[in-house]
Design a protein. Structure first.
Length: 344
């Protein structure tokens, strides 16, 4: 399925499995100020159908799936019994079904894991990656770019129906299109009339700068939801019933003993990858955190999301890969971290 999407994009000039369209530096510059469209080949889809699909997912995931409205899109997570995230999801409704977008390198394992819980539930889980093409758009002229395709919802994390798919507004500057595979090439050509095509690395940079983590195979089972700020970006409900790991997630929230949070940082040189260890003088040769996601930055180097021990982040000296590795320059996230908690 993914190879079919790559073949289509290669016909449009994409290289490196969609990571760029020929000039990454120019594409990153466009991403910073212009209106862009990017194929999201790093995501795969699971469809949950059946009378008990919402209840089934509600009982397994960190968020309130039963309360998910038809015109909304939601972030959620799937934890192991120790409260560590196995995967991070973006979820929306398609009629009576639910669609789950997650990192493609976790897709097969998570589909198998979720299927183990089905038992007698009236739910069917299927690989839906071939049904939809996911396209990310960002920039100041989204309305004109999407004219004739669909209308942008007024609020964030909201969805509107298209003739051949769904349009989801993620934040003030970004939308996600989930379009029927058969119509994807035609819609792609329409978007290119006014939007610049950019590779996946550009979309990764936008996600990093928005402070939105994506759990991948390199970081699965490493973080509880609050460590990657899921409680701050709407990925956790503390008012729903139990799910795997819920007791640990709730205890962390209400006892205020969280000692690590996700931070935004810049590296002057490239070299960071998801899962890389971080070090600080306070911890010596013991790791003080992990890289969650990394992306090339328009000004050079990389911008990264990293889970770091809060005392080390407060001290301001954190290094990549070893105690003497490249130093991180901590930046401000687009949302605030709870200061009183970080002092605990």
């Amino acid at each position: 399925m993914k190879q079919d999407r790559i073949d289509i994009l290669q016909q449009q000039g994409a290289r490196n499995d969609g990571l760029d369209f020929g000039n990454q530096a120019e594409e990153l510059a466009c991403t910073r100020s212009a209106t862009i469209v990017s194929p999201l080949l790093d995501l795969a889809l699971i469809r949950a159908s059946g009378d008990e699909a919402a209840l089934f997912l509600h009982n397994l995931l960190t968020n309130d799936i039963k309360g998910l409205r038809a015109e909304a899109v939601q972030r959620s997570g799937f934890c192991n019994p120790k409260g560590r995230l196995l995967a991070s999801f973006l979820i929306w409704r398609e009629g009576a079904d639910l669609m789950i977008a997650l990192s493609a390198d976790l897709h097969a394992a998570i589909l198998k894991k979720l299927s183990m819980y089905v038992l007698r539930s009236k739910v069917k889980l299927t690989d839906a990656s071939g049904e939809r093409i996911l396209l990310g758009l960002s920039g100041p002229q989204l309305e004109s770019v999407l004219a004739g395709i669909g209308s942008i919802p007024a609020g964030t994390m909201a969805a509107s129906r298209l003739d051949h798919g769904l349009l989801m507004r993620l934040d003030e500057r970004r939308v996600l299109l989930a379009v029927d595979s058969a119509e994807a090439a035609q819609i792609w050509r329409k978007l290119l009339v006014a939007a610049h095509p950019v590779g996946l690395s550009c979309w990764h940079w936008l996600e990093v700068m928005a402070g939105i983590p994506q759990v991948t195979a390199a970081t699965a089972e490493e973080f509880i939801p609050q460590m990657v700020n899921f409680d701050l970006i709407g990925g956790v409900s503390f008012h729903k019933g139990c799910y795997p790991g819920q007791e640990i997630v709730a205890r962390t929230q209400y006892l205020g003993k969280l000692k690590r949070r996700m931070y935004l940082a810049h590296l002057e040189i490239a070299g960071a990858n998801s899962g890389d260890h971080l070090y600080a003088p306070e911890t010596g040769e013991q790791s003080c955190g992990r890289v969650v996601n990394a992306a090339p930055a328009p000004q050079g180097g990389q911008d990264i999301l990293a889970v770091i021990q809060s005392t080390c982040a407060d001290a301001g000296e954190v290094h990549l890969s070893n105690p003497f590795g490249p130093r991180l320059q901590l930046l401000s996230l687009p949302y605030a971290l709870p200061k009183e908690e970080l002092k605990a």
